[in-house]
Design a binder for this molecule. Structure first.
Ligand code: SF4
Length: 257
């Protein structure tokens, strides 16, 4: 069975929810709406030690058609990782099997379904928090949520406690309406709460001050001024810091972060 893009997209959405995803959308690939924001962030050196985000990695991220040649659309999905569970020594996102593997299998299932439905191979590639992709930008354009002041993609139903994943496909699908609203309003709680001041302005993460980045990405000695707060809060704060304060602007090109 084939079908027009809109009908095929509707059936694919039903399959995605059947696989356990909590949000679904489609974005046509092109230049990210947040490209200027991304460039300004890099120019200011806010990416800290994450040098893979600059140079060639940045070039790929500046146009979503570049990471996987031939792809025209991205199927974007989100999966909640338990934002209502209590906090603890192990971050919520890490309480279970490696989400990269779990979600990559689910995204591959979408690919397999499309091929079976259309009866021919489809050029496609899954991305799960890896690869030179501005996933948050794609997710906003696919209608999943808004770009919060905490720098994360926030979904209306599951907040920012979600994994984002995508399937880049060379296939005509029906793009979703972008999520245009900014539901943060006048709230600044995340900026006020960050113990190291790693959110110097709405939607700006300074990875040089981010406990999560210092814990996971930093390869040099941690700056003296940040050691005490990191030591006091890193264990409990690590996961939430990662959720709240990470750029979401993409990660290493060679695998899970
Ligand atoms: S804490 Fe407030 S400002 Fe920050 S992301 Fe959440 S709603 Fe937006």
């Amino acid at each position: 069975m084939g079908g027009a893009p809109a009908a095929l997209t509707r059936r694919l959405e039903a399959v995605a929810y059947g696989l356990g995803f909590d949000a679904f959308g489609v974005a046509a690939l092109g230049e990210p709406a947040t490209r200027a924001h991304f460039d300004a962030w890099l120019d200011a050196g806010r990416h800290g030690g994450m040098t893979y985000l600059a140079g060639h990695g940045a070039e790929l991220r500046r146009d979503a058609r570049r990471p996987h040649p031939g792809a025209t659309h991205a199927v974007v999905v989100a999966a909640s990782y338990g934002g209502r569970e209590p906090s603890g020594p192990v971050a919520r996102y890490a309480r279970g099997d490696d989400y990269h593997e779990v979600l990559r299998e689910r995204v591959r299932a979408l690919h397999h379904w499309l091929e079976a439905e259309l009866g021919h191979p489809i050029n496609a590639r899954p991305y799960v928090d890896s690869g030179p992709v501005l996933e948050r930008d794609l997710a906003q354009r696919a209608g999943l949520g808004w770009f919060g002041k905490n720098t994360m993609l926030i979904t209306p139903h599951a907040g920012s406690f979600v994994f984002l994943a995508s399937l880049f496909v060379e296939l005509a699908l029906a793009p979703s309406a972008p999520f245009e609203a900014d539901r943060c309003g006048t709230c600044t709680r995340c900026l006020d709460a960050c113990p190291t001041g790693a959110l110097p302005a709405p939607r700006v993460l300074d990875a040089n001050r981010c406990i999560s980045a210092l814990t996971i990405e930093w390869r040099d000695a941690i700056p003296e001024a940040l050691r005490r707060v990191r030591a006091a809060g890193a264990v409990r704060w690590r996961g939430d810091a990662r959720r709240h304060a990470r750029t979401g602007a993409g990660d290493s090109d060679d695998g899970p972060r």
